[in-house]
Write a protein that binds this ligand. Structure first.
Ligand SMILES: Cc1cc2nc3c(=O)[nH]c(=O)nc-3n(C[C@H](O)[C@H](O)[C@H](O)COP(=O)(O)OP(=O)(O)OC[C@H]3O[C@@H](n4cnc5c(N)ncnc54)[C@H](O)[C@@H]3O)c2cc1C
Length: 500
């Protein structure tokens, strides 16, 4: 044997050996239903399937269950017992029509209908499993009281369903990520490959899989490729949402849907804690300018987060500045803010800590203070004459109590006249992504021919179909509602598929 032939033979033999040991490093398990992701959607699917007698394995890649669900406060429903007790007579038909009109019929109508129809019974189901609710509320001034506030918030929901899943016999593999779906010769789900924290592969033989990994808000490449908001949108309350479940389903032939929809939150200063008084001025409906020094919206759309995020996404560099003067600062400190910033800094909070926190904002490059508009413009790198013209026009409209440009309610027209002058830099925030895998009203994953992939289901933030181009905050609690309801629907249909 020549030296060259030997080298080729040796390389091939080494590769074969590596593959061989790989196969043997892999352990094998089996289940009726494998659920990937232990948030609201995955846990609802797991409890449903386990209650129906299926052998369930839940994979959760983090060291704790709950994902983004832990941060939620309330869940959508209409025609619930709790609403009836408050004489709130929202109907399923009304909610369906509202949703389809809001999305300009870009939502998947049958999926929206299935979710809405199931929603009141899901509140009963959650109560039956031990969850307690406070009164339904709205999440928006003038919004609808469809938000069923959970006693103990989303964390209680996740923990309750987690306990139920275990009680019903489900196996939970923590720090174990779903990686790949395997289909048989007929295109049916046959197995799923998972990987534990040590990198060990586990093959789980199964006829069904429910993908519920919570979307891709922490994946900059996917954000850049699939959304209009760029890679640097600030994720709130999410970690590890890298779109693994979505990419796994796509690799198995799933069609894509709604990948560009984000759950936009109010623009603000990143990295400020929930008790910060610095973020509040950056979220008030006073004068906003873009990097050119121009106004670009009715600033009171801050109440409707998706609108504010959409307007900001169209601005150069997706950056804006909230401009105010010494009088407005005094107003926020002595009278209180017009827009609350979470439960720790609610509406009307007097920003007594603001002066003490300004230096932190300056050091972090998000707060700019100057004795003149000209010097402020230099600090934020905006053309001084253009900024001055914007301020002059705004002041004249504030004096006449009429916003001739964007028709903002005059109560938010604070003139900008008295030194010092302040600029708070704000960037877009999002609570998550709201699409990726195309599903039908049975939560079955569809392929590119719009046929269901046998045995494959998706739920929650991984699934597209509930929104058009924008998330809706008026029909409060819809994303958590979609997660729990599509999770239950997926669990029920997986049971039917395996004949349970
Ligand atoms: C601050 C905040 C407040 C919110 N408040 C509300 C509210 O009041 N009402 C409302 O309707 N919505 C609210 N939302 C949105 C709501 O929480 C989500 O839409 C919902 O929880 C999504 O549920 P999910 O099960 O799809 O995803 P998640 O709850 O995020 O669960 C996904 C799980 O999958 C795991 N995972 C990821 N990849 C893998 C993998 N490869 N293998 C295994 N596991 C994996 C994750 O670690 C995670 O545990 C809020 C969001 C935030 C951030």
């Amino acid at each position: 044997m020549s030296k060259k032939t030997f080298m080729v033979f040796f390389a091939a033999w080494s590769l074969a050996l590596a593959g061989y040991s790989q196969v043997f490093a892999q352990s094998t398990m089996s289940a009726d239903v494998v659920v990937v992701g232990a948030g609201a959607a995955g846990l609802a699917a797991a409890v449903t399937a386990a209650e129906g007698g299926a052998k369930v394995i839940i994979l959760e890649k983090m060291p704790a269950v709950g994902g983004t669900t832990n941060y939620a406060e309330g869940i959508f429903a209409v025609e619930s017992r709790l609403q009836r007790e408050k004489n709130l007579n929202y109907t399923k038909d009304w909610a369906f029509k509202y949703m389809m009109e809001y999305t300009h019929w870009r939502a998947n109508a049958r999926l929206a209908r299935a979710f809405i129809d199931k929603s009141p019974e899901t509140i009963d189901w959650l109560e039956k499993h031990g969850l307690k609710f406070k009164e339904p509320a709205a999440n928006y001034p003038g919004g609808y009281m469809t938000w069923h506030i959970i006693d103990g918030r989303g964390k209680a929901l996740a923990q309750t369903l987690y306990a139920q899943a275990q009680e019903k016999g489900a196996t939970v593999l923590m720090r174990t990520a779903g990686k790949e779906l395997i289909k048989d010769g007929k295109g049916r789900i046959a197995a799923l490959i998972a990987e534990d924290a040590a990198g060990k592969k586990i093959r789980i033989n199964t006829k069904t899989a429910v993908i519920a990994t919570g979307g891709f808000i922490n994946n900059k490449k996917m954000l850049d490729k699939y959304t209009a908001f760029g890679p640097d949108i600030v994720p709130v309350g999410s970690s590890g949402k890298t779109g693994e479940g979505i990419r796994m389903a796509w690799a198995a032939g799933a069609d894509a849907f709604g990948t560009d929809v984000l759950q936009l939150y109010r623009p603000g200063i990143p990295g400020e804690g929930p008790e910060s008084h610095l973020n509040a001025p950056a979220r008030q409906p006073y004068l906003w300018v873009n990097q050119l020094g121009d106004r670009f919206c009715d600033e009171s759309i801050i109440f409707s987060w998706p609108y504010a995020g959409n307007a900001l996404a169209n601005q150069p560099g997706r950056v804006m500045y909230v401009i105010f003067d010494e009088n407005t600062k005094k107003y926020m400190i002595e009278k209180g803010i017009d827009v609350g910033v979470g439960v720790m800094v609610p509406v009307a909070t007097k920003l007594t800590k603001l002066d003490g926190e300004l230096q932190r904002g300056i050091d972090r490059g998000f707060v700019f203070v100057a004795p003149s508009v000209k010097e402020l413009a230099a600090k934020i790198k905006v053309d001084a004459a253009r900024l001055q013209a914007t301020i002059d026009e705004y002041n004249s409209m504030a004096d006449s109590r009429q916003d001739r440009l964007f028709a903002k309610d005059p109560k938010y027209m604070q003139p900008v006249r008295k030194a010092n002058f302040y600029a708070m830099k704000a960037v877009p925030f999002a609570l998550g992504t709201l699409g990726g895998i195309k599903i039908n009203h049975k939560a079955e994953v569809l392929d590119k021919n719009q046929e269901a992939i046998p045995g494959l289901y998706a739920a929650g933030n991984d699934a597209g179909g509930l929104y058009g181009d924008s998330y809706d905050v008026v029909l409060a609690g819809s994303t958590l509602g979609f997660a729990v309801n599509t999770g239950r629907i997926a669990g029920e249909n997986a049971l039917k598929y395996i004949g349970k």
